[in-house]
Design a binder for this molecule. Structure first.
Ligand SMILES: C[S@@+](CC[C@H](N)C(=O)[O-])C[C@H]1O[C@@H](n2cnc3c(N)ncnc32)[C@H](O)[C@@H]1O
Length: 268
């Protein structure tokens, strides 16, 4: 993988990521360094550009930094959640089919799993296209450690990066595709993250977003209002489409099932 990060210290300086970082069967520990000399640790193949824990703005954001959430998230919640939230039988395989159909990962293409948690989408892209290159980014070390375990168990190579979606450490037009499952609802500054996604995606790139929208039912809205107190946000489909357009994307495909919304965005 030919990956160059943009230094958080100097946006003109690049940081070359050695190929070995993505090879999860061989633990990689050490540091990587920009042309300017600023250094960042790599621990067990996870590159850490953030250092200190970020300030937590909500319970939702805080809980993503618990080891327990990371350990149970995918098997107990994520793989079953869409059937519950869409009100129909929605196995994870069906979600993956849509992800692959809309993203169409290319040989040697570079894809970003943004707010990856356990990198379910990143692994699905790699399973569909072995020669695609994946960067899985989250600001939670606990989620990244769990993601690394799952990727190694699947013998899937990818780069794990601890960074903040509000300031993506990449140069403009880096990615052939970006995938973001469920993360939009949890972002504290969603428009900043969407602008950053627009900056780092190539002009012919695809941005696959799965997020939850406002419920039509009064009891659903009541529940969402209480969940919102924990820092999870909900928009109507039209409100979220306005956000996407404001950030410079156009809606190419969209499917809504219950409160689950899948959107294929391309640069406007
Ligand atoms: C709902 S989970 C993502 C689920 C995952 N994409 C999936 O499809 O299973 C949201 C994730 O976004 C991460 N996150 C939230 N805000 C972030 C930010 N500003 N930068 C990086 N990661 C962020 C959280 O740590 C959490 O792991």
């Amino acid at each position: 993988m030919n990956l160059e990060l943009r230094s958080p210290e100097n946006e003109r300086a690049g940081i070359h990521v050695p190929d070995g970082v993505a090879n999860l069967l061989t633990p990689f520990n050490g540091t990587i360094c920009s042309q300017d000399g600023d250094e960042y640790p790599v621990k067990n193949n996870i590159i850490d550009l953030l250092g200190e824990e970020p300030g937590f703005t909500s319970l939702a954001s805080y809980s993503n930094h618990w080891k327990l959430t990371a350990a149970i998230y995918e098997d107990i919640w994520r793989k079953r959640s869409l059937s519950l939230l869409s009100g129909e039988d929605f196995p994870i395989e069906k979600e993956h089919e849509l992800l692959i159909e809309w993203t169409a990962p290319k040989e040697d293409g570079l894809y970003l799993d943004l707010g990856c948690s356990t990198a379910l989408y990143g692994r699905a892209l790699k399973a569909a296209q072995k020669k695609a290159n994946i960067v899985a980014l989250d600001f939670s070390s606990q989620m990244l450690e769990e993601a690394r375990l799952k990727a190694e168990a699947d013998e899937t190579d990818m780069v794990f990066l601890r960074a903040d979606g509000r300031e993506l450490p990449f140069f403009s037009k880096t990615f052939d595709g970006i995938v973001m499952g469920g993360t939009l609802n949890e972002l504290s500054e969603e428009i900043k993250v969407l602008y950053e996604a627009r900056r780092v995606i190539k002009e012919n790139g695809v941005f696959f977003v799965m997020h939850l929208i406002k419920s039509d039912a009064w009891y659903g809205r009541l529940l969402q209002e209480s969940i919102a107190l924990g820092g999870i946000k909900f928009w109507s489909k039209d409100e979220s489409n306005k956000l996407f357009e404001q950030a410079g994307f156009k809606i190419t495909e969209q499917i809504v099932r219950g409160i689950v919304c899948f959107t294929k965005l391309t640069p406007a």
